[in-house]
Each structure stands twice: as structure tokens, then as C-alpha cells.
Write a protein that binds this ligand. Structure first.
Ligand code: NDP
Length: 274
């Protein structure tokens, strides 16, 4: 890649960001299409200062990750409708000095889900977790008319999220045992299973069954404790890397205006995870 005075700069801001796979995926895409773009990771504590920097340096685009997805919003000039309704931004595009925020978690999650199972209207879906990622997921699933139940360690957060987006029901993680028999798709959007976090499955083996769709948005090089258990049980597994890739694809198009070179991005992700 040849960096010139015309190179457009993109990146990711968050704290921490040193584990992010986005630079690898996005730079592979720029190279595949020979675009004069570059993508870097910026550890950021002061999000307001980072957005000011984006304006003054004329950065083309930024992805935003934990803990800034919600706190970044007041510093932007515009939001697309999905980001406004979800209340979280993970992509900012600089259009001639005007900064617009988007949420690509919601479409990224849905694209990978629809590719695996088709339409989700009327499907009975349990979402574990009520944090930032779960917000985008519950928003997308309720928009698609799925029948969503939200279960979370803090049940009050699950209930608040359910009433905000019109989900079918909400409760604590312990309620899964009474719901699982009538569940088509189980989504893990808690942080349980992260490679450097709690290495256990959020779901007991006896609650899994052959044919159940298990979508674990937590991603890791091989499998997470949940996807490993689910595969052994004969569940249909959607790994978190699928959502990661799909969200990156949407962000790439927002940054560049080009269709994403999907295979180059997938290869780069798989290579890096090895
Ligand atoms: P948040 O910190 O906003 O939310 C974390 C969620 O996990 C909360 O619901 C929290 O429950 C729950 N949780 C945390 N620790 C425990 C525990 N020990 N036991 C039970 N529940 C727990 O994180 P995000 O929503 O942003 O991210 C969640 C996960 O999704 C992360 O692993 C992240 O890497 C992954 N992710 C993957 C993406 C992808 O593209 N594949 C995209 C975005 C996120 P409580 O409310 O009770 O604290």
C-alpha cells in the first residue's frame, strides 16, 4: 500500500482497541480494490476530543466500539434513522466536514442470520444479554417481526429493553429453562465466552438440542465454549465472526461508496484469527 498526501484515513476508536480485527479486515479490502485508503486503531478515552480531532484532521470515517457507542452521539451532526432508534453509533462518516453516525451492528447481525435461516418473521428467538450489542439485535429482530424474549443477568435491564422495543417477554438468565423448548433461535449477546474473559458457556448442555439454531455473537479464533457445546449437541451454529464480517462490510461501503470485496475481507479475518 502506498500512502500519499491524498490517502483517506479511517480507523476505530475505543478503549481498549488493541484486540480489534477491524484494521486487518478494512485494510485488506482497501488493498483488494486498490483504494487510496488506510485504517488504523486509536485507543481513545476522551470521545469528545476524538471527534474534534476527526473534524480537524479530516478523517474520512471511524468505527466506534466499547465504551463510546452511546456517548459519542451528542458530538455528531446527524444520525441515520436506525442509529437514532437504537441509541448507539458504531460507524461515523465525514461528509465534507459533516459527521453522520450509523449503526452497522443491526444489519450485520441480520444479514448473517438471514443467510443461515431465511426470514425470521414469527420465529421464537431468545436473546441473552441486554447491553449495547443486544440493543441493536433486539431492535433489528423486533423490526423484522420476530417473537423476541430477552434474558439478562440484571433482569430489570432486560425488561426495560423489552418494553422499549416491544419484545414479547423478558426475564433473568434462569428463565431460559422454561423457554428453551419453544425456542427456534438462541442468541448469546452477553460477554460470556470472550477469549480473555469468562471461559464458560452461558447455557447448560442439557438445555441445548439437535436442530436448535445457536448464534453466539462473541467471537474467537476457534470456537467459544457455547459454540463448542452447541456443535457437539447437533445445534445449527452461527459463529460471531459472521456478524463481525457483515458489520465490517456495511461500514466499508459507508466509508468508500464501493461494494465490499467480501472474499478478501473474509480471508483476512480468517488468517488473522489463526
Ligand atoms: P456490554 O458491556 O454492553 O453488555 C454486556 C452484557 O453481558 C450485559 O448484558 C451483561 O449483563 C452481560 N454479562 C457480562 N458479564 C456477565 C456475566 N458474568 N454473567 C452474565 N452476564 C454477563 O457489551 P456489548 O453488548 O457491547 O457486547 C457483548 C458481547 O458481544 C461482547 O463479547 C462483544 O465482543 C460481542 N460483540 C460482537 C460483535 C460481533 O460483530 N460479532 C459486535 C458487538 C459486540 P448485565 O446487564 O447484567 O451487566
Amino acid at each position: 500500500m502506498r500512502i500519499t498526501a491524498k490517502t483517506k484515513v479511517c480507523g476505530i476508536i475505543g478503549d481498549p482497541v488493541d484486540h480489534s480485527l477491524s484494521p486487518v479486515i478494512q485494510n485488506a479490502a482497501f488493498e483488494a480494490l486498490r483504494l487510496n485508503f488506510v485504517y488504523a486503531a486509536f485507543p481513545v478515552k476522551d470521545v469528545e476530543a476524538a471527534v474534534k480531532g476527526m473534524r480537524s484532521l479530516g478523517l474520512r470515517g471511524l468505527n466506534v466500539t466499547v465504551p463510546h457507542k452511546q456517548t459519542v452521539i451528542p458530538f455528531l451532526d446527524a444520525l441515520d434513522d436506525h442509529a437514532r432508534l437504537i441509541g448507539a453509533v458504531n460507524t461515523i462518516v465525514n461528509e465534507g466536514g459533516k459527521l453522520k453516525g450509523y449503526n452497522t451492528d443491526a444489519p450485520g447481525f441480520m444479514t448473517a442470520l438471514r443467510r443461515a435461516v431465511g426470514e425470521v418473521k414469527g420465529k421464537r428467538i431468545v436473546v441473552l444479554g441486554a447491553g449495547g450489542a443486544a440493543r441493536a439485535i433486539v431492535y433489528a429482530l423486533t423490526q423484522a417481526d420476530a417473537r423476541v424474549s430477552i434474558l439478562n443477568r440484571s433482569a430489570d435491564k432486560a425488561k426495560a429493553l423489552a418494553s422499549e422495543f416491544g419484545a414479547h417477554s423478558a426475564g433473568s438468565l434462569d428463565d431460559l429453562s422454561s423457554l428453551i423448548a419453544a425456542t427456534d433461535i438462541l442468541v448469546n449477546a452477553t460477554s460470556i465466552g470472550l477469549p480473555h474473559g469468562i471461559q464458560e458457556s452461558p447455557v447448560r448442555k442439557e438445555l441445548l438440542r439437535k436442530g436448535l439454531v445457536v448464534y453466539d455473537i462473541v467471537y474467537s479464533a476457534k470456537s467459544t465454549p457455547l459454540t463448542e457445546l452447541a456443535r457437539k449437541t447437533g445445534c445449527f451454529v452461527i459463529p460471531g465472526t459472521e456478524m463481525l464480517l457483515e458489520t465490517a462490510i456495511v461500514s466499508f461501503t459507508l466509508f468508500t461508496g464501493c461494494d465490499a470485496p467480501v472474499e478478501a475481507m473474509r480471508r483476512a479475518l480468517e488468517e488473522d484469527l489463526k
